[in-house]
Write a protein that binds this ligand. Structure first.
Ligand SMILES: *Cc1c(COP(=O)(O)O)cnc(C)c1O
Length: 422
């Protein structure tokens, strides 16, 4: 059953209530390895489902365009203060609706249409909003994209520097969605300084690792830090922009009134709750646990002959190139899903296949670490992944069902926040 309980929803809209219960059970019964997902705490769920959703509060604390902000101002101020303390930044804006609008606000604050901007190419592990062609950021700016080296699967800062010197971008984005290795913020900052660009660190994926001390912090290197709040940071769907004091005003003006209307106050409260959780000593253990699980899983996958982009991982994320296994990413992901192991098919660098049917799968350990799985479980997980992919290729649905049952059995011992077994 969903936790907190949903009696009113069950009464008034049984159709949706049933779907909510079904999704809670689905999340409970599966090994969730989608690298951008997690399980939030029941406290975060309660804040997200609160009456704060009823309130409009365009503007910022003390400077609102609607009356009745006695409470909301305090909520938003708390969220900001907690963000500043957890990440050690001078300024935080907690209003962006999600990661993509947060990045748009960065462009709005610091660039004009037609300006040259630079980011990591999507197929190499960057995000759409870092200037990829189909994104508004690729269409409205002169976007220059860097990638990874073919032989190492890693960013080559010499190549980034050369490109930056030739193109003189106004903004440089570092970070991405499929980067299994530590981001060298200091190295990027040196390049940005040399070409007089502003460095934006998009830590959407690794924010929880940064908060928990399991990945170096971009603070002191990147003038602007953009992050979602719902990936490794384990908060509600939302985002934050952080910066030094010099960029505070421009960012705030870009978020509101530049790009958005009223902030989602229930989300702001839930972000504050998640930041309070991230400030606890136990969150450092959580962040270290995510990385330990990823390293153990990478090791176990390598032992089973899987080809990992860059040869392994430093963070929560593993990118598998399935070419050598003779299977494409999409059928593998679908077979794994039927086997109770959820991940996503993903392009690998220099992928000869199409984005909708690429060569790889991407996985991450943030959610399973929240469930309480440890490195001791990772050899078994790698075995299930291997067998399920093989069973999928052989169309052996019985073997897939057997794995799904074993997965469900294991997970009954690892409670899910937001769900109680009945
Ligand atoms: C997830 C992600 C985003 C976008 O977040 P949404 O909330 O999905 O819009 C932006 N940048 C990076 C690096 C991400 O991983």
């Amino acid at each position: 059953m969903h936790e907190p309980a949903i009696p009113h929803l069950t009464q008034s809209d049984p159709e949706i209530a049933e779907l909510v219960q079904a999704e809670a059970k689905r999340q409970h019964d599966k090994i969730r390895l989608i690298a951008s997902e997690n399980y939030v705490s029941a406290a975060v769920l309660e804040a997200t489902g609160s009456v704060l959703t009823n309130k409009y509060s365009e503007g910022y604390a003390g400077k609102r365009y609607y009356e009745g902000q006695q409470v909301i101002d305090q909520v938003e101020t708390l969220a900001i203060e907690r963000a500043k303390a957890v990440f050690g930044v001078e300024h935080a804006n907690v209003q962006p609706y999600s990661g993509s609008p947060a990045n748009l606000a960065v462009y709005m604050a610091l660039a004009s249409p037609g300006d040259t901007i630079m980011g990591m190419a999507l197929p190499a592990g960057g995000h759409l909003t870092h200037g990829w062609s189909v994104s508004a950021t690729g269409k409205w700016f002169n976007s220059v994209q860097y990638g990874v080296r073919k032989d190492t699967g890693r960013v080559d800062l010499d190549e980034v520097r050369e490109l930056a010197l030739a193109e003189r971008p106004k903004l440089i984005f570092c970070g991405g969605t499929a980067i299994p290795r530590t981001i060298d913020f200091e190295g990027f900052a040196a390049i940005a300084r040399e070409v007089e660009a502003v460095l934006v660190a998009d830590i959407a994926h690794i924010a929880g690792l940064v908060a928990g001390g399991a990945h170096p912090s971009p603070v002191g290197h990147a003038e602007i830090i953009s992050t979602t709040t719902h990936k490794t940071l384990r908060g509600p769907r939302g985002a934050m922009l952080m910066s030094d004091a010099a960029h505070a005003k421009a960012l705030d003006k870009a978020v509101f009134p530049g790009l958005q209307g009223g902030p989602h106050n229930h989300t702001t409260a839930a972000i504050a709750v998640a930041l309070h959780e991230a400030a606890q000593p136990s969150f450092r253990d959580y962040a270290a646990g995510i990385v330990a699980n990823a390293k153990a899983l990478a090791e176990a996958l390598l032992e089973r002959g899987f080809d990992l982009v860059s040869g392994g991982t430093d963070n929560h994320l593993i990118l598998i190139d399935l070419t050598g296994k003779g299977v494409a990413g999409k059928p593998a992901a679908k077979a794994l899903d039927r086997a109770g192991i959820e991940l996503n098919y993903n392009t690998v660098p220099f992928d000869p296949r199409k984005p909708f049917d690429p060569s790889g799968v991407r996985l991450g350990t943030a959610a399973i670490t929240t469930r309480g799985l440890t490195p001791s479980h990772m050899p078994k997980l790698a075995e299930w992944i291997d067998l399920a992919i093989q069973a999928g290729a052989a169309e052996d649905e019985q073997a897939i069902d057997r794995i799904a049952a074993e997965v469900r059995e294991l997970l009954t011992a690892y409670p899910m926040p937001g769900y109680t077994l009945t």
